[in-house]
Design a protein around this ligand. Structure first.
Ligand code: ABC
Ligand code: CA
Length: 471
């Protein structure tokens, strides 16, 4: 699918090994600290697509699918980032038929498949000195790799050419700038996309690959790709959009978490980085907006406050860009850093009554409804209409989102949001509480916040067909 076809999508990120088991065994233990396979696979994922769709997601990002080494003395490649063979599948996740069946089942539901891919390195169960390059397919000689060195993050050449890890489980770094290596990758991805009907890609370690190789890889793939440029500075991250359709929005991620992880946070650096991203990125609406992933501490590891969690999710889904929610966020999983943030979803019992499950569903639903009501919605930039230390009001098309970091213990306060675009006297409904208010002169909205909950307004008369607050 093209970048334009992805704009209105909403992505659910799973680690294939940790989402659902094909045998449905609901009690199978999964010790995150052990860093081993826990048994999730494509068949399991297929069996739980109702759970994903029930939250309003129409796209699923899965782990890298390629074959990995089997030795697991220092942790197994259950995450899929330690590949050894581009042309074979990781059989722990299923067969070719299983993966095709997943793509077919997603497509039958109108959903997209996004696959994580790694072109920066291979994986090896030992240190750099112990690597037997003949074991890799197709890059089976040290000639295809940079010599091992530790990355100096202040030097971009070093970021691209040194190795992410040289110690136990070394990640031998490919010479992606070599035209032959790049051509092999490009042929591989064109074939893979067509063989498994892949709709989009997440390109791992994008900042560690030379930019021209990323650019030609994205072109060869012929589908939307989002690059993992793991860096919080828009001046570093945005220029990658000259080479790849989208990037993960790390510049907004960091201040978003700082703003909402406690009532003592403030909105200022969030507002600042939003403005910088808008000024610097070629197409901010193609970035991936997220508040959790498998590399960073889960939001609930900072605070168990449900109101704060709801604010962060409302921002993630209703801000510009393509929202990405990491499996387990809806169950308020609280693992902190890797590997503890990779809890098995089946241990939640796939609980569709969980408060954040329902909250995510409402946010995704109003976003889809706004898209179907207004062709321009998805490309309309978010307008920050109000901000103070603890409050942020965002207007995007007909949706007004008012967020607060006051937390669940907070009492009632009122904020005035000017020029929302609503007509004077127009009734709008907060789709999270189903309470309605009227806009006054100039589209002024007087918004009452209580118990730290976010509010998401939409014109009452236009809610028909949304499945929200209609009775
Ligand atoms: C395993 C263990 C870890 C252990 C490690 C040695 O081995 O689980 O506990 O520390 C895969 C697995 C991991 C595994 C690694 C290494 O491989 O999933 O479990 O760790 O074997 C991607 C994937 C990630 C994957 C890989 C490797 C890459 O999402 O899951 O890991 O294929 C860097 C890379 C980034 C990579 C990430 C893990 O490491 O750039 O591509 N993610 C700074 C650096 C970043 C760096 C980040 C984390 O630290 O700039 O480049 O990411 O180490 C902001 C700044 C940022 C800064 C952050 C911390 O602060 O703006 O630049 O990021 O303010
Ligand atoms: Ca590299």
């Amino acid at each position: 699918a093209t970048p334009d076809e992805w704009r209105s999508r909403s992505i659910y990120q799973v680690l294939t090994d940790r989402f659902a088991r094909g045998d449905g065994s609901p009690d199978a233990p999964c010790d995150t600290g052990a860093r081993k396979y826990c048994g999730g696979n494509y068949r399991g994922l297929i069996s739980q697509l109702d759970y994903i769709q029930g939250m309003g997601f129409d796209s699923v990002w899965i782990s890298p699918i390629t074959k990995q080494f089997e030795d697991d003395w220092n942790g197994a490649p259950y995450h899929g980032y330690w590949q050894t063979d581009l042309y074979a599948l990781n059989e722990h996740f299923g067969t070719e038929e299983d993966l095709r069946a997943l793509a077919d089942e997603l497509h039958a539901r109108g959903m997209f498949l996004m696959v994580d891919v790694v072109i920066n390195h291979n994986g090896w169960p030992g240190d750099a000195a112990s690597i037997d390059y003949s074991q890799f397919n197709p890059f089976n000689s040290s000639d295809y790799y940079h010599p091992p060195c530790e990355i100096n993050y202040d030097d971009q050449t070093s970021v691209e050419q040194c190795w992410l890890y040289t110690g136990a489980n070394a990640l031998p770094d490919l010479k992606t700038e070599d035209p032959h290596v790049s051509q092999v990758h490009n042929d591989w991805i064109a074939d893979l996309v067509s063989k498994y009907s892949i709709d989009g890609l997440r390109i791992d370690t994008t900042k560690h690959v030379d930019k021209p190789a990323i650019g030609s890889f994205n072109d060869a793939a012929g589908v939307y790709a989002v690059g993992e440029v793991y860096h919080g500075d828009p001046a570093y991250t945005c220029p990658y959009q000259d080479w790849v359709d989208g990037v993960l929005n790390f510049p907004v991620y960091y201040p978003l978490i700082d703003a909402f992880k406690s009532p003592s946070g403030t909105m200022w650096s969030l507002v600042d980085n939003i403005n910088k991203v808008f000024q610097t990125c070629n197409d901010p609406r193609l970035l991936g907006t997220f508040s959790e992933n498998h590399d960073i501490p889960r939001f609930a590891s900072y605070t168990q406050d449900l109101a704060l969690a709801k604010n962060v999710l409302a921002f993630t889904i209703l801000f510009d860009g393509i929202p990405i929610v990491y499996a387990g966020q809806e169950q308020q999983y609280s693992g902190d850093s890797d590997p503890y943030n990779r809890e098995a979803l089946w241990l939640s019992g796939f609980n569709t009554d969980a408060p954040l499950y329902k909250h995510i569903a409402a946010c995704n639903r109003i976003r889809s409804h706004a898209v179907s009501n207004d062709d321009a919605y998805i490309t309309t930039p978010t307008d920050i209409k109000y901000s103070d230390d603890h409050t942020l009001a965002l207007v995007k098309g007909a949706v007004t989102t008012v967020l607060t970091n006051a937390g669940a213990n907070a009492g009632e306060t009122t904020v005035t949001v000017e020029a929302t675009g609503y007509a004077s006297g127009e009734q709008v409904t907060d789709v999270l509480s189903c309470e309605s208010i009227a806009a006054s002169d100039g589209g002024r909205l007087s918004v009452t916040l209580n118990q730290g909950l976010p509010r998401v307004f939409f014109p009452t008369d236009a809610l028909a067909g949304s499945g929200l607050c209609e009775n």
